[in-house]
Design a protein around this ligand. Sequence first.
Ligand code: NAI
Length: 329
Amino acid sequence: MKILFYGTKAYDRESFDRELDNYKNIEIDYLEDDLNKKNAQLSRGYEAVCAFVSSDVGTKTVEVLSECGVKLILMRCAGFNNVDLKAASEKGITVLRVPGYSPEAVAEHAMGLALAVNRHIHKGYIKVRENNFALNGLMGVNFYGKTAGIIGTGKIGEAMCRICRGFGMTVIAYDIYKNKNLDFVEYKPLDEVLSQSDLISLHCPLTDDNYHMINKNSISKMKDKVVLINTSRGALIDTDDLIQGIISRKFFGVGLDVYEEETKNVFEDRGNEIVETFATANLLSFPNVIITSHQGFFTEEAMEAISNTTLRNAEDFIKGSINAGNVVG
Ligand code: NAI
């Protein structure tokens, strides 16, 4: 099978090349440009393409991929909100993903963001570098003894629940389904999780149903001085409403690994450009907000698991024995 990889960086190529030795039936060509409706035509002659979180795998892209003879879209990530699954199904294209490559990688990053804003570590780091050893403005609050509200308790949410328990927090959660492994977690309706938590961390996928689930109305239900963390998908939060909430002093801190305007920025060095993402610039102007660029997944362990599962998905497809748990749609 020949696979065309889109949107690759040096670290992707190194990771996949290491794994490729174990898959003799697979050939890979790498492109740096991310998949979109214009460059989808480069897939002619390939049975499969491999895409990522920032790829545009919308209706038009899927149509072009189909015209080029592509039968398989390999998402080298867990999320798939950027794929038109209906169009793929109509064209007979299978979409496979990597559902749980390292839930701990993302959960640890979520707690990293929470600790950073909770203790102003981002400010402390800069201050000390400037020989400013004063503590003014750095007073934090303990997580110990407080309540963590986890929204979405799948693989990453489960790992986050365990981390929060390790910090001595009471852990409550909201999910459509209860996770049986989490006997120490009390499930509650969303409004109660919002109103009772000192730390709220989002770990559900973005769907049509939960677009902007954190908005003016849900923010008004939260405790004052709450810490809000989003490592899931930017559009779970209405950015304008979040900004208003921050201005009204609702949040002790906000940590975002994902944000609504991220698509053009993700994984690019735009240091010399005039970036026109106004809402993001606005968010970055607040001292109690930290933004990282979709790096929650980015650990050595996770990259190895992503390469391995993606290539195994391709091999299973060749053999006609795909892992049902990795099928999207
Ligand atoms: P998962 O599929 O194991 O768990 C998702 C959970 O969310 C499920 O228990 C599901 O029932 C629940 N859920 C679905 N809709 C919901 C709703 N409206 N309200 C509350 N709960 C809901 O997924 P996993 O692996 O835990 O990943 C979660 C999300 O994390 C992914 O969808 C992706 O968006 C994001 N992610 C972010 C990464 C990063 O680098 N920042 C890396 C990997 C995933």
